[in-house]
Design a protein around this ligand. Sequence first.
Ligand SMILES: Nc1ncnc2c1ncn2[C@@H]1O[C@H](COP(=O)(O)OP(=O)(O)OP(=O)(O)O)[C@@H](O)[C@H]1O
Length: 234
Amino acid sequence: MSTTIVTPAVHARGLTAGYGGTPAIHELDLEVSSGEIAVLLGANGSGKTTTLLALAGELRPMAGTADVLGCSARTRLDRRARSGLGFLTEGRCVFMELTGWENLKLGRGSAADAVAHFPELEPHLHKKAGLLSGGQQQMLALGRILAAEPRLILADELSLGLAPLIVQRLLTALRGAADRGAAVVLVEQHIRHALAVADKGYVLRRGRIALTGTAEELNADADAIARHYISGES
Ligand SMILES: Nc1ncnc2c1ncn2[C@@H]1O[C@H](COP(=O)(O)OP(=O)(O)OP(=O)(O)O)[C@@H](O)[C@H]1O
């Protein structure tokens, strides 16, 4: 009888990382498998972006381990990208002076595949990205990542400043990627929107995991979580 051991896409144990020798996240245990969306929730400054940067290999762990797509924590971002990592950083990941098409051609996947994820972009792709709406820019950035069929997507506040319908559109596209086998780690302020597409969540407080559970469990306590961990001080 053969046993197949499936390694999670993200497997962090005791992960501690920060800036200039000062930790901003402490002893995090995280596990995200293929097909799963994990959402990181927490107040401003609670360590969500720092966690993504550590998983992306942009920040070296000060302690603990972070195995991501079979790469150790010390593997650089470019090597992780070749192993199948797509990283949508905070802010709009587009080149404003290039047209939509030119932006899509810079991706690892084909421009046509990127448009297939967001067909509503097609009539606007001849314009410079800087002239597109915030939602269109974010679809451009996410479409470019999805076209490469990444095995792991790290997405930082992709809904920042966008209307609820666009937020749902973007999150649904991420759910589709997970359903096709990608692992997703999502940082999101809109707790209900995020939990609607996620499988599980981690709530951070002052750089530590304060709460973890399935999306269903966290959704049942969403109002209390928002009050205690998100609207308040980190
Ligand atoms: N480049 C940096 N240098 C020094 N400290 C930093 C740096 N970036 C973040 N920090 C600090 O690390 C802590 C965690 O910040 P982080 O950006 O990870 O939080 P966050 O939960 O993503 O916040 P937000 O929701 O506001 O983006 C904060 O105390 C922040 O001030």
